[in-house]
Design a protein around this ligand. Structure first.
Ligand SMILES: Nc1ncnc2c1ncn2[C@@H]1O[C@H](COP(=O)(O)OP(=O)(O)O)[C@@H](O)[C@H]1O
Ligand SMILES: [Mg+2]
Length: 253
């Protein structure tokens, strides 16, 4: 369980807030999508979960441990992080990229290999074919799968995913969304997934939390957010989606 209690973050001594007075509970096994446009505070919020950013006020708990009290290394190990952009090490092979966390954990080589093998298999990249390749020898979609495998290789309790599919073309994004849905059924992990794409949010989220200018506008199941927008901002967001769907419906009829 990940719990935000009245959390705020200012980078400029309180003149402006990247995240403002946000409270939210993410129960175990839930996929919660943080939906908001660029600059709404999504990345800042994720980084306050794994301790890369310290809150200005309020608290974040990961499994009843307050994050500022936690051992930073142990905290990060309990959280798989898939970065915005791809973020693989270009000079390491696919297997080395995935094995890096188990290696840093000091696990024996056989265990590093087993975890790399298993998680790469899980994301559809068998080590026998892809293990020895370098990131620039993979497509964008494959590189992003390696990023997911790397996050899973630490066997984290929870996964933080920051716009993991944002840089991919629409077809590849669609494939990876589909894969994540089947992966989440098998893994039963808590996933905090960041996106600015409403369709992605609706497809992947058990619940959606809409962020705007650092504030939580609404949180609820996708159908609740779409059918009963709670604020003018969410209303506007849903209105734009309706408009897009109308354009497509007009073309199809
Ligand atoms: N390290 C930082 N120093 C100063 N300002 C920052 C820093 N990180 C983020 N911000 C600011 O905080 C706000 C939210 O940013 P961010 O969390 O990255 O938004 P998002 O991920 O939703 O695009 C933005 O106004 C951004 O400029
Ligand atoms: Mg961001």
């Amino acid at each position: 369980m990940i719990t935000f209690r009245d959390i705020s973050k200012s980078f400029d001594g309180g003149q402006s807030f990247a995240v403002q007075r946000l409270s939210l509970e993410v129960p175990d096994g839930e996929t919660l999508v943080l939906l908001g446009s660029s600059g709404s505070g999504k990345t800042t919020l994720l980084k306050m979960v794994n301790g890369l950013v310290q809150p200005t006020s309020g608290t974040v708990h990961v499994d009843s441990q307050e994050t500022t009290q936690a051992d930073p290394v142990a905290l990060r190990r309990s959280l798989g992080y898939v970065f915005q952009g791809i973020g693989l090490f270009p000079h390491l092979t696919v297997e080395q990229n995935v094995g890096i966390v188990p290696r840093l954990q000091g696990l024996p080589a056989s265990e590093q290999h087993r975890r790399a093998h298993e998680t790469l298999e899980l994301v559809g990249l068998p080590t026998s074919v892809y293990g020895e390749r370098f990131p620039d020898e993979l497509s964008g979609g494959q590189q992003q799968r390696v990023g997911v495998a790397r996050a899973l290789a630490a066997e984290p309790a929870h996964l933080l995913m920051d716009e993991p599919f944002g840089a991919l073309d629409a077809v590849t994004r669609d494939e990876l969304q589909h894969e994540l849905l089947s992966l989440k059924k098998r893994l039963h992990k808590t996933i905090l997934f960041v996106t600015h794409d409403v369709f992605e949010a609706v497809r992947l989220g058990d619940r959606i939390a809409v962020l705007h200018e650092g504030r939580l506008e609404q949180v609820g199941a996708p159908q609740d957010v779409l059918r009963r927008p709670a604020t003018p901002y969410v209303e506007q967001l849903v209105g734009r989606i309706r408009e897009q769907l109308r354009v497509i419906a007009d073309v199809l009829t």
